[in-house]
Design a protein around this ligand. Structure first.
Ligand SMILES: Nc1nc2c(ncn2[C@@H]2O[C@H](COP(=O)(O)OP(=O)(O)OP(=O)(O)O)[C@@H](O)[C@H]2O)c(=O)[nH]1
Ligand SMILES: [Mg+2]
Length: 330
């Protein structure tokens, strides 16, 4: 437990909020599920709870699983849950689908494929879709991970469909990112390589029971060879799996452990946390300052006049912003 439970009494949050936070810190799944929903909807109550929960987070290991629709991400997650449970670890899964309006565990496929773990109280599965999420789905996912981390889940799996910019952002919140491919995707590999090479720590060629597996693995290895990292950097391994069976799962678990060791021994885990904190702080500062200044000029009923002057080319937007910020400093 972090400093969150040892606050100076004068800084205590209102009673109602404390109870939500306490229930979550006590591991109450329903309270966590409700808070994650509030995070998705961007409700202020979620922000208050996050203030306290954040200081209790930082213990979980976060694994991102991304890849095209139907590649077998959930099936792999199911097998990883089983493997981590075998090590006595508690596992939470956040399945993010940027294309789905459903949330709260409503994505049927995910539920079916990981269903057998539903009665295990060492496993927690949530889906997040495109509900409210004012700060963006990646910010909402990152906050949901903070909640689960503070709650004491050892491993948090974040599954997200696709390999676009949204997913890159979401996967960035993970310590170790798996990019799942399937055989016969040669052309796709070329098309998405820029984005995926950047985020993949481990490539998984799933459905390795299919023909063409060797070629897809070779294509990926070639691609990686063309982008060889410098000596002390991590070269993403390519692991073949058949998620429907047990094939390749123990090798995948080994590679995940190796990557984790690499992060720890190279000091990259610390750097990762620094970058993540800096980014989150900058985002929140930007949001907060914008809201503050914008609210003020709107309250003073000046926004319309300023915008009109800009439209009529009597004022340029650069000078307008400079002036408003100068006023603020006086
Ligand atoms: N042949 C074969 N089929 C597989 C394998 N792994 C998963 N499947 C099947 O592929 C389909 C999609 O699997 P999912 O695990 O739902 O894939 P997903 O990537 O989570 O899918 P979305 O979340 O919808 O993007 C299912 O019908 C699985 O049974 C595999 O290794 N071999
Ligand atoms: Mg899935």
């Amino acid at each position: 437990m972090g400093a969150g439970n040892h606050q100076t009494p004068g800084l205590m949050k209102p009673k109602a909020d404390m109870s939500v936070v306490d229930r979550i810190l006590n591991g109450e799944i329903r309270a966590a599920a409700r808070l994650i929903r509030d995070i998705e909807d961007g409700r202020p109550v979620a922000r208050e709870a996050l203030k306290t929960l954040y200081t209790s987070s930082g213990q979980a290991f976060v694994i991102g699983i991304t890849g095209p629709p139907g590649a077998g991400k959930s099936s792999l997650a199911d097998k990883l849950i089983e493997a981590f449970r075998g090590q006595g670890k508690k596992v939470a899964v956040v399945a993010v689908d940027p294309t789905s309006p459903f949330s709260g565990g409503a994505i049927l496929g995910d539920r079916i494929r990981m269903n057998r773990h539903a009665s295990d109280d060492g496993v927690f599965i949530r889906s997040m879709g495109t509900r409210g999420h004012l700060g963006g789905l990646s910010a909402a996912t990152s906050d949901a991970v903070t909640v689960l981390d503070a709650m004491g889940w050892d491993i948090i799996l974040v599954e997200t469909v696709g390999v676009g910019q949204d997913e890159v952002e979401i996967v960035r919140t993970a310590h170790t990112s798996l990019v799942v491919m399937v055989p016969g995707m040669g052309d796709d590999i070329q098309a998405i390589k820029a984005g995926i090479l950047e985020i993949a720590n481990i490539f998984v060629v799933n459905k390795a029971d299919r023909p063409d597996t060797d070629r897809t693995v070779r294509d990926l290895e070639n691609l990686l060879d063309m982008n060889l990292p410098s000596e002390d950097e991590w070269r993403p391994p390519v692991v073949r799996t058949v998620a429907l069976r047990q094939d390749g799962i123990s090798e995948l678990m080994e590679k995940i452990q190796e990557h984790r060791n690499y992060l720890l021994s190279s000091g990259r885990l610390a750097r990762f946390e620094e970058e993540k904190s800096a980014q989150r702080f900058a985002e929140l500062l930007k949001e907060g300052l914008f809201r503050q200044v914008h609210d003020r000029i709107q309250h003073e009923d000046r926004l319309k006049g300023i915008l009109e002057a800009i439209v009529n080319k009597e004022l340029d937007p650069y000078t307008a912003v400079d002036r408003i910020l100068e006023e603020k400093l006086k």
